[in-house]
Design a binder for this molecule. Structure first.
Ligand code: SF4
Length: 528
């Protein structure tokens, strides 16, 4: 039995495609498909499994010819390619199974596939295998929602990936988030009671990654790593010990809610385990908006002070911001730009509010008759394809605000200024070391090559960035050398993000222009 796992393509030029960073680090795309390699580990051991990641390699006809069964699926931005994969397979007479988050949220889109396996794979894959073995060649299976015991989830098949093709590798500790943000699809897919793996299980996963020779950046893909603080606080000391015993082979990033800043013990534990970057959903500086979006954890605090506490614990912050909420009054650009500058977050994912399938926001907008078709969303991201509903204030005003924010925060001087300020605030965490272990490796060969490449590129190719780059580099080296690696990483990211922001601004200009040229009768209706 030969199974071919195919990971569909993302749009190669989106915020998270990190193109220039991939070039600098010699990677083909950001990360391998954790979901598919976990699925591979759940299949019967006697089945031969091969993986083709379309973001990193071509799918050859011969790959399909050898397969008895194809399994595919991914997220909403991969939908366009997942549908192509299904067509390609069926044209060659192959049976296709589709699963993953997008199929789970919008199964009707994938009705053409032979099998739909919906929900968390651990809860349903055995039923599919049984059906396949009994000769069924079509069917639909759905896991019971939020019931999978992740402590029984197997070690992902890291042996199926070629790690040097990627910037980082993902692992997962928990699923679900206790919060209730209106626009969030995570709580619809994984529930609001976070389910965590055991310490032994998680360390066995990391050991498997270590054993295939991987070193460097590992991302905990949890949507909110601190969702189950109790389990996390039990795990982090074990992780710190594991890291120290091996000379810190990995540096970690993750996503967490901003209340992380309120827990000094947790911050210290993360630092000791060698976490270096946290993505935080900040969304809006406006309290009324945060309350309406049910993001109350972000209220009753200074967002800037909270972010600075995370810097002080040695971790850089990447922030998510959203424009287009119903509660926005007038011009939101100045307050959002001020908020971004005050937090000093260099990498800001500023997106347009998007009603994702299956969310509370989508259900509300549908009830209010304001939902528009999802079409654009299936290949783009929330930077250019959001606002898929009739907004409360003028669409043109929202797009103009959005354009202003992007232009301001991705101006080279503004971005590098934030990098420098962040660099000065980052404290190097005191990594504990076990007797007899080597000191923590600070810079790998890959990092060193990347550093030389970025120096050359900033000096001779993007020479207009050269003075900013060198000022930030030398300033950090003098005043806080421990932050140099983080600072260089952020400057590398600018090579992609600066260029991407300009593409988005051009697209937003085009959308504004189209709105202006539309006759009044064709304009989208305003919300009541
Ligand atoms: S904190 Fe993040 S993961 Fe949790 S509900 Fe809100 S948006 Fe979703």
């Amino acid at each position: 039995m030969n199974v071919l796992l195919i990971f569909p393509r993302f749009n190669p030029n989106s915020f998270w495609s990190l193109k220039a960073a991939c070039d600098i680090y010699g990677a083909r795309c950001p990360a391998p498909p954790l979901g598919l390699i976990t699925l591979a580990a759940l299949l019967p051991p006697e089945w031969n499994v091969r993986l083709v990641d379309r973001n990193a390699e071509e799918l050859e006809p011969a790959d399909l010819d050898k397969a008895d069964l194809v399994m595919t699926g991914g997220m909403l931005p991969q939908r366009w390619d997942a549908l192509q994969v299904i067509e390609l397979c069926q044209a060659r007479g192959k049976t296709v199974v589709v699963g993953g988050p997008d199929a789970t949220s919008s199964p009707e889109v994938y009705a053409g596939a032979d099998f739909l396996v919906l929900g968390e794979a651990e809860g349903i894959i055995d039923e599919f295998v049984q059906a396949w073995r009994s000769g069924k060649r079509r069917g639909r299976f759905a896991a019971q929602k939020f019931k999978v015991d992740v402590s029984k989830s197997p070690i992902p098949r890291f042996d199926l990936i070629t790690s040097k093709r990627y910037l980082y590798v993902g692992v997962q500790f928990s699923r679900g988030c206790p919060f209730n943000c209106e626009f969030c699809d995570i709580i619809e897919l994984f529930g609001r009671v976070p389910r965590a793996k055991t310490n032994e299980q998680m360390l066995a996963e990391l050991q498997a990654l270590f054993d295939i020779g991987y070193r460097g950046h590992v991302d905990f893909v949890d949507d909110n790593l601190i969702g189950n603080k109790k389990a996390l606080k039990l795990f982090l000391p074990a992780l710190a010990k594991w890291q120290a015993e091996r000379g810190y082979p990995f540096m970690f990033s993750t996503e967490a809610s901003i209340n992380l800043a309120d827990d000094a013990q947790l911050l210290e534990m993360l630092g000791k385990a060698n976490f270096f970057a946290i993505f935080v959903g900040i969304e809006s500086p406006d309290t009324k908006t945060l309350i309406a979006a049910q993001k109350k954890q972000n209220t009753r605090r200074s967002l800037a002070e909270s972010v600075h506490k995370i810097y002080a614990a040695g971790m850089m912050v990447l922030g998510g911001f959203i424009v287009g909420f119903d509660t926005e009054e007038g011009d939101v650009a100045p307050s959002m730009i001020d908020c971004i500058e005050a937090t000093g977050i260099p990498v800001c994912m500023v997106g347009l509010l998007t009603a994702l399938p299956g969310t509370q926001l989508t259900r509300r907008l549908e009830k209010e008759g304001r939902l528009l078709p999802f079409d654009n969303l299936t290949s783009g991201d929330q930077c250019t394809a959001g606002l898929n509903f009739v907004p409360a204030r003028s669409r043109k005003a929202i797009l103009e605000d959005y354009r202003r924010i992007l232009t301001a925060v991705y101006r080279p001087a503004a971005y590098f200024g934030r990098v420098q300020r962040m660099g000065l605030q980052l404290r190097s965490p005191d990594l504990p070391s076990e007797p007899g272990t080597p000191p923590a490796p600070r810079i790998s060969k890959r990092d060193l090559v990347a550093l030389l490449k970025v120096m050359m590129r900033m000096t001779f190719v993007r020479w207009e960035l050269g003075p900013l780059f060198w000022r930030t580099f030398v300033g950090t080296a003098r005043r806080n050398p421990a932050a140099l690696q983080a600072v260089v990483t952020q400057m590398v990211l600018y090579l992609h993000l600066g260029a991407f922001a300009r593409i988005v601004v051009r697209e937003i200009d085009r959308q504004i222009d189209a709105l202006e040229r539309q006759p009044d009768s064709e304009r989208l209706p305003k919300a009541a």
